[in-house]
Design a protein around this ligand. Structure first.
Ligand code: TXA
Ligand code: MG
Length: 327
């Protein structure tokens, strides 16, 4: 990917002026504002349509900056940081007084990560301050993995979108709570539970729901079309049943997301997205596939459940929330 220095400088200038921009990261695009400017941070919530007590992730330029923003850096954090930063891992730690309460939604903890994207890192270094950024989608919908997704969701409401290409991980960062002693997995993501446990040489507990994380609401990350999950191996059967109920007329279309293998069934009403069997590659394509099926007019989307190993756990988590009943 080429780094356009003039685009980066413009992004830095906008952020310094208190504006909100679309910022590429390796996980998903963020909706970024100067984290030290409470008015700019408040704009994020307005633009996103997100409740303002929801905490945001603080993005810093390097691990060396962490100590300013947290009360202490425990040994577990050191271990994870040396292995996974820059990268798709967010740590929850007790915040220092320097973190504005607007960023943490009034909580005493702060979520922090160093993104592994050259443009994001250049912006953070040149700005000389951290940015607060949620995913750059409208609240509750699928996170953007391309600049065009941000433009279509929020284009008229952001000062600019810095185009950093397709996000390499394609799913939001893993969030680990280190603020309460034993590590807890608050949100599975780009760094797998197995990798965390290897690095820490201890088990990582599941989140107990006490963390205030909107991404952990039952219904989230959803495409427009209703999504139904189908166990592996049952896709062809489910599809033929659904198609026979639909009838030939009406122009209704069924979106299909599957892993490695297409269903044994051909029908003009099917919109197929066969994702690669390699789960990391599939994760990269998952959100853009859901968006594309929406755009192509799917009236319902059936998705196979991927295996839960590695980043598969994060995919199952997001698909399950996307399929949950909506309020
Ligand atoms: O990959 C990512 O993490 C992307 C990119 C842009 O960095 N960001 C992202 O942000 O997914 P967002 O706001 O969509 O999700 C962040 C999650 C939310 O569920 C939020 O509630 C949780 O992190 N969170 C942030 N600060 C927290 C805190 N102090 N305690 C508990 N949860 C927190
Ligand atoms: Mg989000």
């Amino acid at each position: 990917m080429k780094l356009d220095p003039s685009a980066v400088s413009e992004a830095v200038r906008r952020l310094a002026e208190g504006e909100v921009i679309g910022l590429p990261t390796e996980t998903v695009y963020g909706l970024a504002a100067d984290a030290t400017n409470p008015r700019a941070v408040a704009r994020i919530f307005e633009i996103k349509g997100r409740p303002s007590h929801h905490p945001l992730i603080l993005h810093i330029a390097s691990a060396g900056e962490l100590a300013q923003w947290v009360r202490a850096v425990p040994p577990r954090a050191e271990r994870l940081i040396s292995q996974f930063w820059p990268g798709p891992l967010t740590l929850l730690l007790d915040k220092s007084e320097r973190v504005p309460s607007e960023v943490t939604g009034g909580l005493s903890t702060v979520a922090v990560r160093v993104p592994a994207h050259p443009m994001a890192l250049s912006v953070l270094r040149e700005l000389g301050r951290p940015v607060a950024a949620p995913s750059a989608n409208r609240f509750g919908s699928v996170s953007p993995t391309e600049a065009a997704h941000v433009l279509s969701d929020l284009g008229s409401r952001v000062a600019m979108v810095l185009d950093g290409g397709s996000a390499e991980v394609g799913l939001e960062s893993t969030i680990v709570d280190l603020s309460r002693g034993e590590p807890r997995l608050v949100r599975p993501g780009g760094v797998s539970r197995q990798e965390l446990e290897m690095a820490l040489a201890e088990p990582v507990l599941s989140g107990d729901g006490s963390e205030r994380a909107p991404g952990t609401l039952p219904s989230h990350y959803a495409p427009r079309a209703p999504l139904r999950l189908v166990g592996r191996g049952n896709l062809t059967e489910h599809l033929s049943e659904l198609l026979s109920q639909m009838g030939a007329s009406g122009g209704e279309k069924v979106g299909v997301v599957c892993f490695g293998q297409a269903p044994q069934l051909k029908d003009v009403r099917l919109l197929l997205r066969v994702l690669p069997p390699d789960l990391a590659m599939a994760a990269r394509l998952l959100y853009s596939s859901l968006r594309a099926l929406d755009a192509e007019g799917a009236s319902v989307i059936l998705s196979e459940v991927p295996p839960e190993d590695g980043i598969g756990l994060a995919m199952v988590d997001r698909l399950t929330r996307a399929a949950a009943p909506r309020s």
